[in-house]
Design a protein around this ligand. Structure first.
Ligand code: ZN
Length: 179
């Protein structure tokens, strides 16, 4: 791990940290994210975060920044392992109660906090889980046609292709290309 990273707190209170615009930069081991690694083929590696707690003009408490990691999953077309670089720009708002949640102006992605402090890794893990493709697949040219299951999967896929739209994996893939 590089020395430029500060030690991240395990637990955070977004409302307190937002009051002093706390900036957190560092690495969380993937091993701490049990729900996430159950969807991955490897728990090795870190999730790099660069995030800021803040209060916006509507007095809404926010966490925003970037999350980056290299996930390894099983391609659902060829059943081979695939690397999925994850790089997310995200912003979430925090509310203390459902009533407060309803009062928030439109356009926020809101997380309800029942207890503070909360685990920093849980917040980050949720964001990554939301971004993972429901059906992970290699880009076409990277799929191994000789792999078991390719022919069979492709037949099934032809029938379901029209239903699948806005696959987050395609978005991630295009982000990667733009970089
Ligand atoms: Zn594949």
């Amino acid at each position: 791990m590089s020395g430029q990273h500060q030690r991240l707190p395990l637990e955070v209170d977004p409302f307190r940290l937002a009051a002093r615009e706390e900036h957190l930069q560092g690495a969380i081991p993937l091993k701490q994210m049990k729900r996430l690694i159950s969807a991955l083929t490897s728990d090795e590696g870190d999730v790099l975060i660069d995030v800021v707690f803040s209060v916006d003009l509507n007095r809404v408490v926010l966490l925003s920044g970037t999350i980056q990691t290299d996930a390894k999953l099983i391609c659902q077309r060829c059943m081979g392992e695939m690397d999925l670089p994850v790089k997310l720009d995200f912003q979430i708002a925090f509310a203390r109660s459902e009533a407060e949640m309803e009062r928030l102006p439109e356009g926020y992605e809101v997380t309800l906090i029942e207890d503070t402090p909360m685990m920093l890794s849980d917040i980050i893990e949720d964001e990554i889980l939301l971004a993972l493709p429901p059906v992970p697949k290699h880009l076409d040219e990277k799929c191994s046609p000789e792999a078991e299951g390719w022919k069979r999967q492709q037949t099934i896929e032809t029938n379901t292709e029209s239903v699948k739209q806005d696959n987050p994996f395609d978005i991630l893939a295009s982000l990667k290309t733009d970089k």
